[in-house]
Design a protein around this ligand. Structure first.
Ligand SMILES: NC(=O)c1ccc[n+]([C@@H]2O[C@H](COP(=O)([O-])OP(=O)(O)OC[C@H]3O[C@@H](n4cnc5c(N)ncnc54)[C@H](OP(=O)(O)O)[C@@H]3O)[C@@H](O)[C@H]2O)c1
Length: 267
């Protein structure tokens, strides 16, 4: 078995996932060394940052408000994780994050579009402006980041994973579900637009134990119990799906949305 970051005969990077059960060693394209994870200080984003860093990659950890959490993650990885502040729905911030990433770590080859918000206002109280704000955060923001990623990639190859949601397939909050359904559809369109150099996929998590459910653990427990597998996910499990999709094991996969919801949407 290869050790972390060791090159194999084909020039790929062997990645051993310590603490990630069952995946064993994944191969990454040898040029794919720098990852940007948006919203990487907490929850699913943090789990992705830690998994990539543990695998020997350089990780740009974008955060918006969670500076202390971002710095705490960076401290664990001795220079391999670079925290960069920025609101990923704002074009100038996105430009600055990429400029900083490139100056410190070189070109970004892998993008995880994770940043997202969950609205609390339900129909019919939800007004059009709040709906637009949701689309700006969860759909247009990831589009802006993906566009910037592609423009800067030049002739290089790369991979993108968008974090969608099971709720895109179900009746749920009007604004959140619509924003994630649009993100899923955008994944398919971008896979075509960025081919053949960049694979673009999405992971659609079901109920996952993050701050998004802070204050409503009863709902998390109840929804987990309803799922076919009788459980909700840990953020690290979603990160495993993300790492699979950017690895060479998924080299024939593009334009797909991978549901990781413990079978909740089938109930
Ligand atoms: N938890 C679930 O059950 C679940 C299920 C399906 C999908 N998802 C999706 O998974 C993703 C991560 O959510 P999570 O559950 O890990 O929630 P979380 O713990 O609340 O984390 C959300 C993250 O998004 C960041 N963020 C939000 N808007 C941002 C912006 N404009 N620019 C930069 N960062 C921004 C936050 O950054 P700061 O803290 O720095 O502000 C935070 O790190 C989201 O896209 C969410 O929709 C979650």
């Amino acid at each position: 078995m290869q050790s972390v970051g060791q090159r194999d005969r084909e020039g790929g990077i062997g990645i051993a996932f310590s603490g990630f059960r069952g995946l064993g060693t994944l191969r990454m394209n040898g040029n794919h060394r720098t990852v940007l994870v948006t919203g990487g200080a907490r929850g699913i984003g943090r789990a992705c940052v830690e998994a990539f860093a543990a695998a020997g990659m350089r990780v740009v950890l974008n955060y918006r408000t969670s500076r202390a959490e971002a710095c705490a993650v960076a401290e664990k990885f001795d220079g391999a994780v670079l925290p960069v502040e920025g609101d990923m729905s704002i074009e100038e911030d996105i430009t600055r994050v990429f400029d900083t990433a490139e100056a410190e770590f070189g070109p970004v080859n892998i993008l995880v579009n994770n940043a997202g918000i969950l609205g609390r206002t339900r129909f019919p109280d939800l007004n059009g402006d709040a709906f637009l704000e949701m689309l700006r955060s969860n759909t247009v923001g990831p589009y802006r980041v993906a566009r910037q990623f592609f423009l800067r990639l030049g002739e290089e190859t790369g991979a993108v994973v968008n974090i969608g949601s099971m709720r895109a397939f179900l009746p749920s909050s009007v604004d959140y579900s619509a924003s994630k359904a649009a993100l899923h559809n955008m994944t398919v369109s971008l896979a075509k637009a960025m081919a053949p150099r960049v694979r673009v996929n999405a992971v659609a998590p079901g109920f996952t134990d993050t701050d998004m459910h802070a204050g409503n653990r009863e709902r998390l427990e109840a929804e987990g119990a309803k799922a076919l597998l009788g459980r909700y996910s840990a953020p690290e499990e979603i990160a495993e799906a993300v790492l699979f999709l950017v690895s060479d094991r998924a080299r024939s996969i593009t334009g797909q949305v991978l549901l990781a919801d413990n079978g909740r949407s089938l109930v």
